[in-house]
Design a protein around this ligand. Sequence first.
Ligand SMILES: Nc1ncnc2c1ncn2[C@@H]1O[C@H](COP(=O)(O)OP(=O)(O)OP(=O)(O)O)[C@@H](O)[C@H]1O
Length: 255
Amino acid sequence: MYEISDLRVSYGGRTVLDLEQLTIAPGRFTVILGQNGSGKSTLMKILARQQSAGSGRVLLKGRPIGEYSQAEFARTVAYLPQNLPEAPGLDTKALCRLGRYPWRGAFARWRPEDDRIVADCLKAMNVEHYAGELVDHLSGGERQRGWIAMALAQKADCVLLDEPVSALDVAHQIEVVEHLSRQNKETGIGVVAILHDINLAARYADEIVTLKQGRLAFKGASEDLLDSARLRELFGHPFSIARHPRDDRLVALSD
Ligand SMILES: Nc1ncnc2c1ncn2[C@@H]1O[C@H](COP(=O)(O)OP(=O)(O)OP(=O)(O)O)[C@@H](O)[C@H]1O
């Protein structure tokens, strides 16, 4: 999906992102992990064209991301930032409908298919009961799920989600990530998500990318990430690795 090379971002002489080479495969569930300030959001903003790649090279499906028209880019990539903007005057359904805009033709006709997609996405994020509620009146977690519904309604080839479950209770975190994983497997939509929960990442990601001080520190499968020495090195904190009693999968326990 993405091929990144020689990407370097500095602020006031401080380099916050320095990636020689990174590829993100299409149609996979990729999770980006890393300590606060390690450059995750900066990378994602560049992938979402919210920030310039400077002299770095970022190819999306083999073409420089700058070459895509706005509508074409929006049909290819949906992006949800870490800090969700306010949505003054919009109810949840209207917010979700915004996701369909890249698909409206020259005559901006609203098709029955758009209604179906919006209804499906609201339901999948468990916010259909709030369809008529103002987004800015929802709780933090409800609002976050409303915005994810909008990003999914965009039906892009790939969805970039910057900490999409940061405001959610445990049950909703799992429900949302499980839904993303299912969508990924059933429809082939690529998912790139920044998460902080190592176990959630390990359980659902096909591939994990870890940044440390702006550099690529690890890229691989969950089984290879879940190693106490590696986790200590990546996160600067001791972890023990155990087997989950129910299904025997590896889990990281923070010491
Ligand atoms: N516009 C900016 N001006 C100056 N410094 C910035 C700017 N944007 C980001 N940075 C710095 O770049 C570094 C990486 O920031 P980034 O938001 O990418 O980190 P992150 O890994 O997403 O962190 P977190 O887990 O806390 O969200 C941080 O040290 C941050 O202070």
